[in-house]
Design a protein around this ligand. Structure first.
Ligand code: MRU
Length: 355
């Protein structure tokens, strides 16, 4: 089955990103050699989706290390700290961005990294590890979800959470893909996902090439399908899950969850544990990115509103935990009460000390 690697590191120190703004009409890869370019690519959504943003930021730091002109380790570490600040300012909601930068920064703190080549090798290895782990995590999320997916299932999905939104395979869309691969008869109803149309452009592009049955539906049609056609479940991704289970995800997720509750349809969030932010107690503490008005006033090159209209364009919303049936992670399926059960995912069992 076809996979689409959203991020590739080329051996000559180049980061290659699949330009998601151009899909599905053009498959264009852009090459980057500086963290400044990568920051701009994240902001402009060349690359998007919480895990993919995290991995791209990690490689952004690797670009700074690999292409540095300095010869002093203290100066290189300062350059990397400045790069981290730059990357942190790209998109505020997806916690994977901040998680990845912190993991890279922690690696840099190793006192053994006392020469430029050692720093370069360590930073690049850490970025590769983040990318490789992401693919394995996604597959494990899929495996953990399989018992929740009936053998014949109509599933509503919002935004794009597939290979494009991760390093490869995907979270919520990965579950749909895996169910199909395992021989389940799935039909995915893909919310088009206004205003950036990640569902219509990107999820449809992925599932079409993978041979997974789907239909693109208008965002506002999900209630109609639930009420009249028998939807078995909804599954969405997440940009940040607060400690109490409140979940930030693509704008429109909250509406979908409320309509799912009204119709008795289970509503699942699929996310790696890197998307769970225990430092954020509840959803209202999560910063919601406000994006340019032009995303709302145009579709492609067509302006669809009168000139100079006021616009609100929050990129994400918060689904309160009470609407979420379970959160599917690589460490297992977590059920309410989330406040208690999410915490359990992070408890490490200490080995006995008396041996
Ligand atoms: O604005 P985007 O396209 O980056 O938003 C993406 C989403 O909201 C996804 O659902 C989320 O990041 C999870 S991707 C596995």
């Amino acid at each position: 089955m076809r996979s689409f690697r959203s991020i590739q590191w080329l051996d000559d120190g180049v980061l290659r990103l699949l330009d998601q703004r151009k899909l599905p009409h053009e498959t264009v890869y852009n090459d980057y050699t500086s963290a400044g370019e990568v920051a701009q690519a994240i902001r402009e959504m060349v690359i998007r989706g919480a895990p993919a943003i995290g991995a791209a930021a990690a490689y952004g730091l690797a670009l700074t290390a690999v292409h540095t002109a300095v010869t002093n380790t203290t100066v290189l570490k300062r350059e990397l700290a400045e790069t981290a600040v730059l990357l942190r300012q790209t998109r505020p909601t997806a916690v994977n961005l901040f998680w990845a930068i912190e993991r890279m920064t922690n690696r840099l703190a190793d006192p053994n990294l006392d020469a430029i080549p050692a720093i370069q090798a360590a930073i690049l290895a850490e970025a590769h590890a983040i990318a490789a782990e992401d693919v394995q995590i996604n597959k494990q999320i899929g495996l953990n979800a399989m018992s929740l997916i009936p053998d014949i299932a109509t599933i509503i999905h919002h935004c794009n959470t597939g290979s494009l939104a991760t390093v490869d395979y995907g979270t919520a869309l990965g579950i749909i893909r895996m169910a199909h691969e395992q021989g389940k008869k799935v039909l995915a109803l893909l919310d088009e996902t206004r205003p950036r149309l990640q569902g219509a452009r990107l999820s449809a592009w992925e599932l079409k090439q993978q041979g997974v049955p789907f239909m693109v539906i208008a965002d506002g049609a999900s209630g109609h399908y639930m009420r009249t056609k028998g939807v078995d479940l909804c599954v969405v991704g997440a940009d940040r899950v607060a400690a109490n289970g409140d979940t930030a995800n693509k704008i429109g997720t909250y509406n979908l969850a409320v309509v799912a509750r009204e119709n008795g349809v289970p509503f699942y969030v699929a996310a790696p544990t890197t998307t769970i932010d225990l430092a954020t107690a509840a959803g209202d503490e999560i910063e919601i990115e406000e994006r340019p008005a032009q995303e709302m006033t145009t579709v492609g090159n067509w302006q669809i509103t009168p000139d100079d209209v006021p616009v609100g364009n929050p990129a994400f919303d918060i689904t309160p935990a009470r609407y979420i049936s379970a959160i599917i992670t690589e460490k297992g399926v977590v059920y309410p009460p989330f406040e208690k059960n999410l915490l359990q995912l992070f408890v490490t069992v200490q080995p006995p000390t008396d041996f």
